[in-house]
Design a binder for this molecule. Structure first.
Ligand SMILES: *Cc1c(COP(=O)(O)O)cnc(C)c1O
Length: 229
């Protein structure tokens, strides 16, 4: 397994998916999901030109930001408890997984201490699966309006983690729904809200996600190999 080759291959596949769907490959950013993988592999990916890394656990992110020397950009993509937000303050450039107002309010409070604004995505639960986090689709517009009132939080788009399917084509309707929802919110023109990012697509289904408009694809296994814990 060679990280550099894996990243190159994924970039080629993103470019091909963009060509099929008439999109600009520059509009798609690869988030390398390094959870459960050591800092040395982050450095290796950085050396191969990768700049954005996604982590799912607060403690692990803290350890890794201390260990990794290269100037990487960190995104937080996992489930987040409000009492842990303070540990992310100033360390991450985007939080993909905001699914409730109380969490957004705490992000607003913590970033306010830095006199900065936090960029966030709202996570939508499209599968209506009880086990998965994310705000219900029917509640999203209300959540957007409430979060938009917070001075230190900027909504940049939506994220989703659709149900897993062996066949990526079965996931396509979920990606479409997320894009439709994002367009609906954009049409609503809530002041301060930008629907520029769609965070969707993982190792097994990112090409379909790119065809459906993903601007951020979150890829772990296809870069770093299987995760063992
Ligand atoms: C782990 C994880 C990923 C990456 O999954 P792979 O299948 O390894 O590419 C993407 N998004 C989220 C939210 C994750 O937790």
């Amino acid at each position: 397994m060679n990280i550099q080759d894996n990243i190159r291959l994924i970039r080629d596949r993103i470019t091909a998916a963009c060509e099929r769907s008439g999109r600009d490959p520059e509009a798609v950013r690869l988030v390398a999901v390094s959870k459960i993988k050591p800092a040395a592999l982050v450095e290796e990916a950085f050396a191969a030109g990768q700049r954005v890394f996604g982590e799912s656990y607060v403690q692990e992110l803290m350890d890794k930001t201390a260990e990794v020397r290269s100037p990487v950009e960190w995104h937080f993509i996992g489930g987040l408890q409000s009492n842990k937000v303070k540990y992310l303050r100033g360390k991450v450039s985007l939080i993909h997984s905001v699914d409730r107002f109380s969490l957004a309010r705490e992000i607003d409070r913590q970033w306010g201490k830095l006199e900065k604004s936090a960029d966030i995505l709202l996570q939508v639960n499209l599968g209506e699966e009880e086990s998965k986090s994310g705000a219900a689709e029917e509640n999203i517009e209300e959540l957007v309006r409430k979060v938009a009132t917070l001075p230190r939080v900027r909504i940049r788009g939506l994220m989703s983690l659709p149900p897993f399917s062996e066949d990526p084509e079965e996931v396509r309707p979920y990606f479409r729904r997320l894009r439709d929802l994002s367009e609906k919110i954009r049409d609503g023109a809530v002041p301060g809200v930008e629907m520029r990012e769609l965070s969707m697509g993982m190792s097994h289904d990112f090409e379909v996600a790119v065809e459906e408009g993903a601007t951020l694809v979150r890829i772990g296994t296809a870069i770093f190999g299987e995760r063992m814990k």
